[in-house]
Design a protein. Structure first.
Length: 136
């Protein structure tokens, strides 16, 4: 009986690991839109999982989180209620997509760059932050 319980627990743990991998978006558009929604909602834990892992991206994203946390509650709520609209999708090549979007709160076009590295799509936030049309 103990052995059966241990095997069951092991299967549950292994199964939950596979479910986390399945939740990662498999396309550039899905990655980008999930990142956009997570940042509008202030869900930085989810957004950070989609971020291209490099020092500059992490530092810039941390700065954005600090900025967002200082916003008044009513402005955060407005972002959470906002919908987003994809204006254009530009596939620069098979591993880079630029998504131009706006949200119903700010109504200003913005770009994010989604890149594929090691068969995973991630948001290159330094491109997003460097783009002159992007303001928060």
């Amino acid at each position: 009986m103990k052995l059966s319980l241990q095997i069951l627990m092991l299967l549950i743990v292994l199964g939950s690991c596979n479910n986390n991998d399945a939740k990662r978006p498999s396309t550039s558009v899905a990655t980008g839109t999930e990142f956009i929604r997570a940042t509008l909602d202030g869900n930085f834990k989810s957004a950070e999982k989609l971020l291209l892992n490099d020092v500059q991206n992490t530092a810039m994203f941390d700065s954005y989180k600090t900025y967002y946390e200082r916003l008044p509650p009513e402005k955060k709520q407005a972002y959470k209620k906002a919908s987003y609209i994809i204006n254009t999708l530009t596939d620069e090549n098979d591993s880079t997509t630029i998504i131009n979007y706006s949200n119903s709160y700010m109504k200003q076009p913005m770009n994010i760059k989604v890149v594929r590295r090691n068969d995973m799509w991630s948001v290159d936030f330094k491109y997003t932050s460097a783009d002159s049309s992007t303001t928060y």
